[in-house]
Write a protein that binds this ligand. Sequence first.
Ligand code: PMP
Length: 313
Amino acid sequence: MPINKHAFFDGKFVPIEDAKVSIMTHALNYGTGCFEGIRAYWNDEERQLFAFRLAEHYKRLHDSAAILLIDLPYTVEELCDATVELLRLEGFREDTYVRPLAFKSQEGIGVRLNGVKDSFAMFATPFGKYMEKEEGAKVCVSSWRRIYDTSVPARAKCTGAYVNSALCKSEAEMNGFDEAIVLTRGGSVSEGSAENFFMVRSGVLITPGITSDILEGITRQTLLQVAREELHMSVKERTVDRTELYVCDEAFLCGTGVQIAAIASIDHRPIGDGRIGPVTRKLRELYFDIVRGKMPRYRNWCTPVYEDQRSGD
Ligand code: PMP
C-alpha cells in the first residue's frame, strides 16, 4: 500500500489508484514528458511543512514544457496552489518529495511532439535521504557523456533524458562508487548524474556555467546566492576541466534530491583530507536552516502548507 493517497491528475484530485495511464501512452513509449522534483520540509517547532522554491520549480517546468511543445494549461501560481492543496490533502508531517509531471498522453503510434495530446499529473510521497554517504561520497568520472543541447537538451528536465542519468549512476554503483560526474561532449565537467557540481579552489566557489549542458538547478542557484550573501565568498560560473577535479580543495554535489553531498574522493584521488570541507559544511548547515524556514532573510522561498500552527497550541 502506498503511503500517499491522492494525486492531482488532469485538473482533479483523485485517489492515487485511479491515476493510471495506458501502456499505449506516448510518454511511456517515447520518453516525451517533463517533470520536477520538489521538496517540502517539516519544521517541528512551528508544526509546519514548507515547500521550497515552488515558483522557481514551476517556472522551470514551464520552460521544459515549452522546449518539448507540451501544453501546460496552468499558471505558475495555479501549480503552486495545487501543490499546497495536494500536500494538505495528504497531511504529511515529515519531509516530503513532490513530483509534478507534464507529458504526452496520446495513445497510439507516431513519434512527434506537435499535435499530440498532453496531460499533467502530480503526486507527493515522504522522502528522506537520496544518497547514503552525504558526508563523503566516493565519486568517479563517468565513461558516458552528458546529453547535449542540440540533441537532447539538458536544460529541459525531460523524462527521456534520464536514461543518460541512469546509465551514469548505474555504471558508478556497479563499479563500487556512490555517484558519477559526467563530462560534456567536449570533455569539460558538466554535472553529476542528477545533481549539479561545485568545487572550491583557493577560496573561490566554482561551478560549471549554464552552457555546460547542465540542468539549471534551483539548489545550484540557491547556493550561489547564499555563498555570496552569507559567506561573502567569491563565486564563479565557468568551464571546469577534468583534472581540476583532482586538485580542488573541496567538492560537492547538490540538488533537490541529494541536497548537499560532500565528495570524499574522485577517481580514487582524495579531495582535501577526504572529509567534508569547511565551505561544504557551512553551506549544508545554512541550506538546512533555509529550507526549514529558519532564516528570515530567505523565508519567502518557503511556502507554508498548513494554517499557522503556532497560535493556540
Ligand atoms: N541536474 C540534474 C540532471 C538533475 O536531475 C537535478 C535534479 N533536479 C539537478 C541537476 C539539480 O537540480 P535542482 O537543484 O533544481 O533539483
